[in-house]
Design a binder for this molecule. Structure first.
Ligand SMILES: Cc1ncc(COP(=O)(O)O)c(C=O)c1O
Length: 319
């Protein structure tokens, strides 16, 4: 079957840089490279710009009045979506919670000061609606009510799922895989809402490259969500493999205290990369993913030519 390529709007500087980490490669005795999606040149960088190139094309084509999404208060996706909507003249609203997850978790530290991504969201003019902490399902409910509020006003509303993990979002990462013009044994990255993982899994299907997501969410059920997303992307990649939950290589060993909460190992990994290579990671996603990479290499479970895909998130360092 033919590949039905969806329309795209240029937002980021592609290809993002790809380079070797010489000092760390020497220290770890591996051939370690990095893909710099922290340097997309759009809205302070991050993996979401890739998803948004396809999502925004759909939004603009649909004559949308307002885009509605949701996320944690420090969502990197809300920031990048807000920037894309601003530059393309579409209104953007987001339902947010300081930390949307199990409220029973005793480690929860609620932070909703005007810091990090929230500073940038304000500059971008995003219509933020803040709700008390609750579960992800409660947050999705708030977003749906917000969307209905706009629809009742006669506005044309476009709903974007958390993290931009729609079929078009995942397709953005299928396209991203084409920027890798050399062979790696393994690609390691932070995995959460799934479109990065699903897109890369399709992009490298049939090759010997292992696609390893370090989970930033503690729930093992996310693999089922990834599989459902993978099925829906087949509209655009009909000749791709039929990916099931078990096909997603997810390591849950580095989530730390929970989603949205920094971990000791993640913080140590942030320091190690910054002090050895002058590159900053973030405490919620990439720091944990890099902690996983370091641990897997140091314990002999990962070796050879490794690519760390830096998915951005650095504004969360300033929270
Ligand atoms: C910096 C960063 N890295 C990784 C991810 C995970 O990407 P995905 O949601 O596509 O799994 C996110 C998503 O929120 C992110 O903000």
């Amino acid at each position: 079957m033919k590949h039905v390529k969806p329309p795209r709007i240029d937002l980021i500087r592609r290809p993002t840089p790809l380079h070797r980490l010489n000092r760390l490669s020497g220290e770890l005795n591996v051939d370690l490279w990095i893909k710099r999606d922290d340097l997309t040149g759009f809205a302070m960088g991050g993996n979401k710009g890739r998803k948004l190139e396809f999502l925004m094309a759909d939004i603009v084509a649909g004559n949308v009045d307002v885009v509605v999404t949701c996320g944690a208060a420090q969502s990197n996706f809300v920031r990048q979506l807000g920037a894309a909507c601003a530059v393309l003249g579409v209104r953007c609203a987001a339902a947010i919670m300081a930390m949307p997850f199990d409220v029973e978790n005793p480690c929860v530290v609620r932070t909703l000061g005007m810091k990090g991504n929230l500073v940038l969201d304000k500059i971008l003019g995003i219509d933020l609606r803040t709700f008390p902490d609750g579960t992800w399902d409660q947050l999705y409910d708030h977003a749906e009510k917000l969307a209905m509020e706009f629809a009742d006003q006669g506005l044309n509303v476009y709903r974007v799922p958390v993290g931009g993990s729609s079929p078009l979002g995942a397709y953005g990462f299928y396209e991203a895989a084409k920027e890798i013009d050399q062979a790696f044994d393994c690609i390691v990255f932070a995995s959460s809402s799934g479109s990065t993982h699903v897109g890369l899994a399709y992009g490298f299907a049939g090759t010997s490259t292992r696609i390893l997501g370090i989970a930033c969410d503690p729930e093992p059920e996310i693999a089922n969500d990834f599989a459902a997303l993978a099925q829906s992307v087949r509209v655009y990649i009909p000749d791709g493999p039929d990916l099931k939950a078990a096909d997603f290589d997810l390591d849950f060993g580095y989530v730390g205290p929970g989603y949205g909460i920094a971990s000791e190992a993640g913080d140590a990994a942030i320091e190690r990369l910054a002090r050895s290579e002058g590159i900053f990671l973030d405490p919620i996603y990439t720091g944990k993913a890099f902690a996983g990479l370091l641990d897997l290499v140091q314990s002999g479970r990962l070796g050879g030519r490794i690519l760390f895909w830096h998915t951005g998130g650095t504004p969360a360092l300033f929270v």
